[in-house]
Design a protein around this ligand. Structure first.
Ligand SMILES: NC(=O)c1ccc[n+]([C@@H]2O[C@H](COP(=O)([O-])OP(=O)(O)OC[C@H]3O[C@@H](n4cnc5c(N)ncnc54)[C@H](OP(=O)(O)O)[C@@H]3O)[C@@H](O)[C@H]2O)c1
Length: 336
């Protein structure tokens, strides 16, 4: 019997926040495997802010998703048939499977997940792409030294929550920036940051001055916009600014707002460096080993926010831009 696959394809390039009309829901039969291919039953889909950028027809670090293509997304699932000797039926795997129930993959860029070590959704969060981003962005580019002050925006999210915890493991002070009291309480109480600034109700500049009296040594930016500007205004001498993302700008219809306070880089002999996690692919195993050791030892905690049902994909993606998620946002392809 041929399996039926259900998918979300890109129907149109959005202006501002994506709407239902930007998606095309399709059903098609799963074709037979060719030599070297595996069939994956996708169980979890990773919802990432970057997906908004992939919907634009713009030059970036990766080609845009073409109109009519299955939407690109990371995912995790189980191999249900294999004609690839690297993967066997029953293996749990992580890869770029797209927004669909079944994916045919050739094994490239796909790896096994050890579900005895951690539940599968964690391989899309702390043990997956966001964890790798936090690890390499902070350690390779931020280069935090013990005793230094690390500030991270998006602190209650998938990347930011890991950044602050690694900063603490490395003997730094970790100050988070997040939206709302509940998120800030989580960042301090559950994640162990030294403090968290609620950018929605605090005076950001005043709060940064209070929490960073000697300035910011490492600013890990996930959001861009006004928050980046406030952090730039508070840099310490020789500070490092890691440009990881700019979610506040992703749905702008008037263009990206650049930093006004960039002269702070000159005054403080500071650097601002962009990073793309895919550049570290050859070193993922190194990060995965250390992150899973910290997780097992209880030095690192992670939360996943799980939304159920493929049909909810369009609305679930928007949760990222409304700040409705705490921790890694994942779509589970069941109806629980
Ligand atoms: N460079 C790379 O290789 C790489 C890899 C992965 C991710 N990233 C980037 O890292 C950032 C975080 O990604 P993630 O997966 O960890 O997402 P996330 O933080 O789990 O979720 C997004 C969060 O962004 C915050 N946000 C949304 N709109 C905002 C706004 N206008 N101003 C300030 N904050 C806003 C919300 O938190 P609040 O409620 O706190 O506002 C929301 O929960 C994104 O910019 C993403 O593109 C980059």
């Amino acid at each position: 019997m041929q399996l039926l696959n259900r998918q979300y394809r890109l129907a149109a390039r959005p202006s501002g926040l994506p709407t239902r009309e930007d998606w095309h829901f399709t059903e098609e039969k799963v074709r037979p495997l060719e030599a070297g291919e595996v069939l994956v039953d996708v169980m979890y889909i990773s919802l990432d802010p970057a997906m908004r950028g992939w919907m634009n027809d713009a030059r970036s670090y990766i080609a845009p998703v073409a109109i009519g293509d299955v939407m690109r997304a990371g995912g995790a699932g189980r191999v249900v048939a294999s004609r690839n000797e690297q993967f066997a039926e029953g293996d749990y795997v992580v890869g770029a499977f797209g927004v669909q129930e079944y994916a045919i993959a050739n094994g490239k860029g796909m790896h096994r997940a050890d579900v005895a070590l951690a539940p599968l959704p964690k391989y899309l969060g702390v043990l997956g792409m966001p964890g790798m981003t936090a690890y390499f962005g902070l350690l390779d580019i931020g280069k935090p030294q013990p005793g230094q002050t690390v500030v991270v925006s998006g602190a209650a999210g998938a990347v930011g929550s890991v950044v602050g915890q690694i900063a603490k493991i490395k003997g730094c002070r970790a100050i988070g920036i997040a939206g709302g009291k509940a998120k800030c309480d989580h960042v301090v109480t559950d994640l162990g940051f030294d403090a968290c600034i609620d950018y929605k109700s605090d005076d950001l500049r005043r709060a940064l001055a209070a929490h960073c009296p000697d300035g910011i040594d490492v600013y890990f930016d996930n959001v861009g916009g006004a928050i980046l500007d406030a952090a730039l205004a508070r840099l310490a001498l020789h500070a490092r600014v890691v440009i990881c993302g700019a979610i506040s700008q992703y749905n702008s219809t008037t263009g990206t707002k650049g930093p006004a306070n960039y002269m702070s880089l000159l005054v403080n002999r500071a650097s601002m460096t962009g990073m793309v996690v895919f550049d570290y692919a050859a070193r993922y195993a190194e990060a995965a080993k250390e992150l899973s050791a910290w997780l097992t030892a209880g030095k690192l905690v992670s939360r996943e926010e799980i939304v159920h049902g493929l049909d909810n994909f369009p609305e679930a993606l928007l949760m990222l831009f409304r700040g409705d998620n705490t921790g890694k946002l994942v779509l589970a392809l069941d109806q629980a």
